[in-house]
Design a protein around this ligand. Structure first.
Ligand code: GLC
Length: 717
């Protein structure tokens, strides 16, 4: 298909139609919609509907075939619809939520989950997924932390890129692959106070050195689309932000990705107070470089008028439409408009045994052992009391898993029973007020109390931010009760964000499981009974209290840093009522094994901008228990033109060690691992001291100082 020729055949109205995205029920009112809201009431006529370019959300192959067939029967140029959906952490086989996936620190399983998600979703005729979400997230009050890869730009970038590669694999034209749409461009995770859709105001240096990196890594991995964020950036809504959509995406990153608004985020430009009306919004968007408008009709209603009035150059429209037509061509839709949709493949591949097995494998690596006073692993002879809102619950899929059916999942109670665990008492009570005296007697008959606590899945996700991040409904009273009965307490957490766990710290063991998906409870059972060894590490800090937020590991030093040596001095950057450190730090995660780090060595202490540095370190499993360990490498740039973080993750390797085994782990670093960006996005570096830190988490590392030579500071002659 020669898309330049096709473009020439289109009227202005037909071109604009290609930039509109509608829900399936516009094509067939019987079709259910995965999306709700204002999309239901768009004033668009039948002609406009059958000129639109893409569909938001479809449920299965037969619906897709029905919509596409009807559309092609009516559309004059037979330009096929593109079908897009939110396949965030699985289609019907549900994998751990992204914040859990990042906890695995195993990018290969991110690739695997994206592969399987694409294989399953493509059977429904879905062509594009609105994933990965690459938003750097530092504020656990924000509901969408659950969809993110956490607070570190390098980790978020590595995982975003692997998701893109997993979806797109050897080419989006192939059956079983999806085009990836990175989101939300940009810095949506910096919404003030973690309140969703709130104002974002970050400096250009923070933008380039923290918030943009993971989107760029995903674009460099070949992502075909970029979705704009709801928030403003530098006062301008991202959806009409020319700096983002043209200067950064096109000029600096050389990307030809199709840009798409978020759900009616173009219409929201009026609410932001940045357009007088929808015509003004349409004008600002096309000038800024927005291609597809999702779930609103500013373009459809006003772009033709703007062009006819000579206010908008039709070249801007042609540029956007060509990108959309190119994507349809790259997807192979002109050759096969029903690409992927197959009722037979749906039956064969969706929720297959093999996929579910991989879901469990991923879950095993995505849980984080936060605390363990030798209570875990349990043994099957112990009498157990199983209590809490997740004792009997099947709701382990988490937000953004609408094709996943929780009724297929097993509850913890079912898994414990299936494994013949001696359960003295089981209750989904959330706090002690819901327990009777008889219940307490039954708890007293147990040896260990396993508390399945956490947040309802609807307490995180879009539009679900919390100002208080403690366990809800006084669940902590269950910990206090069990400890008052001198029982050993194992807390299993089901939650979509870092929580303030300060009131359950007298538990003997805490396993963070987030929402691990279709096989969550089987994985949890294997982990707490030692059939598998926990290996997850935190991708985001856990605050001691919500008042500490924002608290993240890659912070700046400030001019009055609190250090180990000046605790008694008054005038320091600190609180009067809480420590500066989080309760659990980025990169923290325990194992049943114990790993010792030694012999950190580097190829040279003085280096220049062309040097490749080689570091090695020995890691020994001092126990007999085999397990994974995530070896993390951080750097600190001590002197630069802007203040640099006290540490930044730059490399990591997840290794397997048998009992008593030692492995030498090698990393290579070059200047690009040590550089930073100035406020115009130019990469830069300065001579002077750097520290390399290698260890099991961001706080416990072996360190070595090195010096960059040959780059003069401004003050030097
Ligand atoms: C939502 C979300 C976005 C999602 C889109 C389509 O509002 O912000 O992440 O992809 O709409 O469902």
């Amino acid at each position: 298909m020669k898309i330049d020729n096709l473009l020439k055949q289109l009227t202005t109205k037909e071109k604009i139609g290609q930039l509109l995205q509608l829900a399936p029920f516009y094509f067939d009112i019987d079709l259910k919609a995965e999306v709700a809201g204002r999309i239901r009431s768009l004033n668009i006529d039948r002609e406009g509907i059958f000129m639109s370019g893409s569909v938001l959300g479809i449920s299965n192959a037969s619906e897709m075939i029905k919509v596409q067939q009807k559309y092609l029967d009516i559309n004059k140029h037979k330009i096929p619809l593109m079908f897009m959906a939110d396949i965030i952490h699985g289609y019907e086989t549900i994998f751990p939520v992204p914040i859990a996936l990042a906890s695995s620190f195993n990018p290969l399983i991110a690739f695997q989950t994206a592969r399987i998600s694409a294989i399953e979703a493509s059977t429904a005729g879905i062509h594009v997924t609105f994933s990965p979400m690459a938003d750097l997230s530092r504020d656990p009050r924000w509901g969408r932390v659950v969809e993110s890869f956490g607070e570190d730009p390098y980790l978020a970038g590595v995982f975003s890129a692997q998701m893109v590669k997993g979806y797109q694999n050897e080419g989006i034209e192939k059956i079983g692959n999806l085009a990836a749409c990175v989101k939300h461009f940009a810095a949506y995770g910096a919404s003030e106070a973690g309140r969703d859709y709130n104002t974002v105001d970050v400096s250009k240096t923070a933008l380039y050195n923290m918030y943009l990196k993971s989107y760029k890594t995903a674009i460099d991995a070949g992502a075909k689309m970029m979705m704009t964020a709801f928030n403003v950036l530098d006062g301008v809504p991202a959806t009409i932000n020319k700096y983002l959509l043209r200067t950064v995406l096109r000029d600096q990153w050389k990307s030809d990705a199709v840009t798409i608004s978020d759900y009616d985020s173009l219409k929201q430009v009026l609410d932001h107070g940045c357009a007088e009306n929808e015509k003004d919004a349409a004008y600002r968007a096309i000038q800024a470089g927005l291609d597809i408008e999702m779930a609103s009709v500013c373009y459809v209603n006003y772009l033709e008028e703007l062009i006819d009035e000579g206010i908008v150059d039709i070249k801007k429209l042609d540029e956007a439409v060509l990108r959309v037509l190119q994507l349809k061509k790259d997807l192979g839709l002109f050759e096969d408009s029903f690409k992927g949709a197959s009722i037979d493949r749906e039956k064969e591949l969706v929720r297959s045994k093999e996929h579910l097995k991989i879901s469990k494998k991923v879950a095993l690596e995505s849980a984080v052992l936060l605390k363990n006073e030798q209570t875990l692993p349990l043994n099957k002879k112990q009498k157990i009391a199983l209590i809490g809102p997740y004792a009997k619950s099947k709701s382990t899929n988490g937000p953004w898993s609408w094709h996943g059916k929780i009724e297929h999942n097993l509850s913890l109670e079912e898994v414990f029973s299936n494994n013949n665990i001696n359960l003295t008492f089981v209750s989904d009570a959330e706090n002690i007020d819901q327990l009777s005296q008889q219940n307490i007697t039954q708890i007293e008959a147990s040896e260990v109390v396993v508390l399945a606590l956490g947040e309802d899945a609807r307490l995180s996700g879009e539009a679900h931010s919390r100002s208080d991040i403690k366990l809800p409904n006084h669940q902590d009273t269950l910990v206090k009760l069990a400890r008052s009965l001198n029982k050993e307490v194992v807390v299993i957490l089901f939650n979509g964000r870092p929580l303030d766990l300060s009131n359950i710290m007298d538990s003997n063991a805490i396993l963070e499981t987030w929402f691990l998906g279709s096989r969550a409870t089987e994985a949890i059972f294997d982990l707490i009974y030692g059939h598998a060894n926990p290996s997850g590490k935190l991708p985001m800090s856990f605050p001691r209290t919500v008042g500490q937020i924002p608290v993240y590991y890659n912070h700046l030093n400030t001019g009055r840093p609190l250090t180990d040596n000046n605790q008694n001095y008054e005038y320091l950057s600190r609180f009067l009522d809480v420590e500066n450190t989080p309760l659990f730090s980025f990169g923290h995660g325990l194992s049943y094994a114990s790993f010792k780090y030694s012999d950190l060595e580097i190829s040279q202490i003085e280096f220049d901008i062309d040097t490749t540095l080689r570091l090695s370190i020995n890691v020994t499993n001092e126990s007999q228990i085999p397990g994974h360990e995530v070896v993390q490498l951080y750097i600190r740039d001590h002197v630069a033109k802007i203040s640099r973080p006290v540490k930044e993750l730059k490399k990591f390797k997840k290794i397997w060690l048998e009992g008593k085994q030692t492995q030498t782990v090698v990393f290579e670093l070059d200047i690009h691992d040590l550089s930073y960006f100035d406020s115009n996005g130019n990469e830069t570096y300065d001579s002077g001291k750097f520290t390399i830190m290698v260890g099991s988490n961001s706080q416990e590392t072996l360190n070595i100082d090195i010096w960059l030579k040959g780059v003069k500071h401004d003050y030097q002659k």
